[in-house]
Design a binder for this molecule. Structure first.
Ligand code: DC
Length: 242
């Protein structure tokens, strides 16, 4: 096992830039990368394929426990397969984005995802230098003991414009309007089960509204380098406790 593996937990709302920043931080530090949102999206895709009613919480919870998900944690090629099918593109389509909150607000699904995500984190720490994990509840629920924890935010205006440019290559009025559901409505639904608008105690908040991508990456890397990854351990003769 490598010495002192680290977990960097990164939460934030849609369009805050956390995915691209998380991936780049993982590359720069030679860490694995886990996009937990992709897991909720993959389950949504699978249930839609199977014709399962997404509001049938028992059935969806059962699918979460058994669906054949394989997720790759290389930040240069973060793959998502379900039953051998590459779903990396399909899970970003509007049909999935519009429905995923039904899955993400199912508490039994969240418990299953929590266990799977913790296992993926443990595997990455065992096999390599550690992992960057991004989502909505990583700093608070999945890995509150992570060596580094960040909440990446941005104003609603900045988040809408970014996602509109991603989806429609434009941030004109029509594109913003078409993006509204995927940012504002979805975050409102998701925030009923996770707190990702305000940093929890001990979590470093980074507002990227006025930062470029490189500046956002630098803000995370600077904070990682500035903070001791492991709190100092007191030795018995300095009066502290282990
Ligand atoms: O980050 P994203 O848009 O790909 O996330 C997809 C959905 O999953 C979104 O509705 C929020 C939800 N999600 C969650 O509830 N908890 C996580 N750790 C990650 C994502």
């Amino acid at each position: 096992m490598p010495e002192n593996p680290i977990t960097i937990a990164i939460d934030g709302p849609s369009g805050s830039g956390k995915s691209s920043v998380s991936k780049q931080v993982a590359r720069r530090l030679g860490l694995s990368y886990l996009d937990t949102g992709a897991m909720y999206r993959a389950l949504t895709w699978w249930c839609l394929q199977q014709g399962i009613d997404l509001t049938d919480s028992q059935e969806v919870a059962e699918q979460a426990r058994t669906f054949p998900l394989e997720i790759g944690t290389d930040p240069d090629a973060p793959t998502v397969h379900v039953g051998g099918t590459d779903v990396a593109a399909a899970i970003r389509e509007t049909a999935v984005s519009e429905q995923v909150s039904h899955i993400a607000t199912n508490l039994e699904v969240r418990a299953t995802m929590r266990d799977q995500q913790r296992q993926l984190i443990a595997d990455a720490r065992h096999a390599g230098s550690g992992i960057v994990v991004e989502g909505r509840d990583i700093t608070t629920v999945i890995a509150p003991d992570a060596e580094h924890r960040f909440l990446i935010t941005a104003s609603e205006e900045a988040r809408l414009a970014r996602r509109a440019r991603e989806l429609f290559s434009s941030d004109d009025v029509q594109a913003i309007e078409a993006t509204h559901d995927q940012i504002v409505r979805r975050d409102a639904a998701d925030s009923t089960v996770s707190a990702f608008f305000e940093p929890a105690p001990g979590v470093v908040g980074i507002d990227t509204s006025d930062l470029t991508f490189e500046q956002s990456v630098a803000a995370v890397l600077d904070a990682v380098h500035a903070a001791p990854a492991h709190p100092p351990v007191h030795t018995p003769d300095d009066g502290g406790t282990r």
